[in-house]
Design a protein around this ligand. Structure first.
Ligand code: NAD
Length: 475
């Protein structure tokens, strides 16, 4: 039997070397794994949320023991180290949070009397048996686990298929799972690309997909065909608005971080800025000065902050968006050109001015440390342009007062708006939010509501009376 995705190879983004084959399963091996995970789920559901929390904390301890190996694997696949450590910390914190929180969110003790005399309603939470997680390369561990953890806490079995671009962390992750009896039978990982992803969809009961809007459409179609519900967390083109009266130093520093963290390879990166004419010159001067100081993380990890462009396919998109912008009159105040260094591709923090919506850099997802800044004449124009997009993931507002910021934020069609800050959802996961427009479909992945995606409500309607009910055929 041949392996699925047999031709896919893995590349190191720093050296450019293709140094590993993808270890995807055959179709038969995948089906056998799915059957094993499914088989263990009933017991996992039956032991209850408190016991599941205890077992998740055993996994937490085992995952911690693999810290060095996980960070090293993430580093080899992504070329950056700070964000790799952060991914691990956030994942560990997520396990702890869900282990603690899930029992109260799944408390089944309450029952209620119905309006009908003698009838009581006993509601319960019935988890999907097997959840499939299909995740992207930009935060491999974090986005592989962010849905898996609440799904496990809810009582589901889970299988993770991360991006073929970044599969190396699976080995230490799988080792940590393997050391936890019970969990190892119902929490699986699998390497693969599109073929494995497609093969999974009809074999699982719920799909959590994080990735591009393009592939999200294919996942939705495959889910519809198989009658597998899907949750889609997709691309973004997050706007930031800067208005007169805002703290311009804070806005410049915050937006720069929001646009260039993880070298801009984040769904919730700030990808375009609308700065009011009254503060425009001040703002672009300050942000360009700061951008010129960030530097790239080459030749070694101590130099500069921005790591390499992780996925080779992204290099062409970035070059194309920059060339299109320059051809139409954009000017770079910092950075501005993709450089090939030691086999990897790097881009300095790039501030662009003289931009408008005729350019791809203002409308399509670039996924790079680039901040195109457009001058606007009014708050209304800023809002109109901020909403002139197919995306609706998140956004940011810096205004004269917090009240102004909140009033403006409510008018942006996106799920999470940072006020007087940028990209806050990258570091805090408590606020419930959904993706708007083509940025996704489904319930909130953040906050307590996240767990609700993984179970169905079931009610037992118990009638304790005897004799015939009044509405039966009582002749
Ligand atoms: P991608 O859509 O190319 O791939 C995502 C996953 O889908 C990978 O595991 C891939 O193997 C799999 N896949 C690809 N084609 C498939 C198919 N036909 N059937 C089934 N599975 C398939 O995305 P990417 O390039 O890995 O990641 C970058 C994208 O992810 C960006 O658009 C970014 O905005 C988005 N993203 C969104 C969020 C969010 O929370 N909304 C978070 C991070 C990244």
């Amino acid at each position: 039997m041949s392996r699925l995705d047999a031709d896919v190879k893995v590349r190191n983004p720093r050296t450019g070397e293709i140094d590993r084959d993808l270890a995807a399963p055959t179709a038969e091996e995948l089906t056998a794994l799915v059957a094993k995970l499914r088989g263990a789920q009933k017991n996992w559901e039956a032991i209850g949320a408190v016991k599941r929390g205890e077992i998740l904390m055993q996994w937490h301890a085992e995952l911690q023991k693999e810290s060095d190996a996980i960070v090293q694997a993430l580093y080899e696949d992504t070329g950056r180290i700070t964000e790799s450590k952060l991914e691990l910390q956030v994942t560990l914190a997520g396990i702890e949070r869900w282990a603690k929180m899930a029992p109260s969110l799944m408390d089944e003790s309450e029952s209620q009397k119905a309006q009908l005399p003698g009838v009581t309603i006993h509601p319960s939470y019935r988890p999907y048996q097997l959840v499939g997680v299909i995740s992207p390369w930009n935060f491999p561990l974090l986005l592989g686990c962010i849905d898996a953890i609440p799904a496990l806490a809810a009582g589901c079995a889970v299988i993770i298929k991360p991006s073929e671009v970044t599969p190396r962390f699976l080995a230490p992750l799988a080792r940590s799972i393997e050391r936890v009896p019970v969990l190892r039978d119902l929490f699986g990982t699998v390497e693969g690309a599109a073929e494995v992803g497609q093969a999974l969809i009809p074999q699982v009961d719920f799909v959590c997909f994080t990735g591009s809007t393009e592939v999200g459409e294919l996942i939705a179609a495959a889910g519809a065909k198989a009658f597998t519900p899907v949750s889609l967390e997709l691309g973004g083109k997050d706007p930031a608005i800067v208005l007169p009266g805002a703290d311009i130093d804070r806005a410049a520093a915050g937006i720069l971080w929001g646009g260039t963290g993880n070298a801009g390879q984040s769904c919730l990166s700030i990808e375009r800025v609308y700065a009011h004419a009254d503060i425009y010159d001040d703002f672009i001067g300050k942000i360009a000065a700061l951008a010129n100081n960030i530097g790239i993380n080459y030749p070694n990890l101590d130099s500069g902050a921005l790591g390499p462009i992780i996925a080779i396919d992204q290099v062409e998109t970035i070059k194309d968006h920059l060339a299109d912008a320059y051809a139409k009159g954009a000017v770079a105040l910092s950075g501005g050109e993709v450089k090939q260094l030691g086999g990897g591709y790097f881009l300095e923090a790039t501030i662009l001015i003289n931009v408008d919506h005729s350019m791809k850099i203002m409308t399509a997802e670039t996924f790079a440390p680039i901040l195109p800044i457009m001058k606007v004449e009014s708050e209304e124009q800023a809002l109109e342009l901020a909403n002139a997009t197919i995306y609706g993931l998140s956004g940011s507002v810096f205004a004269a007062t917090i009240e102004d910021g909140m009033r403006i934020g409510r008018q942006i069609d996106a799920g999470a708006i940072s006020i007087n800050d940028a990209s806050l959802t990258a570091i805090m996961h408590e606020g419930e939010k959904q993706a708007f427009k083509h940025s996704g479909i489904g319930g909130s992945r953040m906050g307590p509501a996240s767990i609700r995606r993984f179970f169905r409500r079931q009610s037992l309607l118990v009638n304790t009376t005897s004799g015939n009910d009044a509405w039966w055929w009582n002749k």
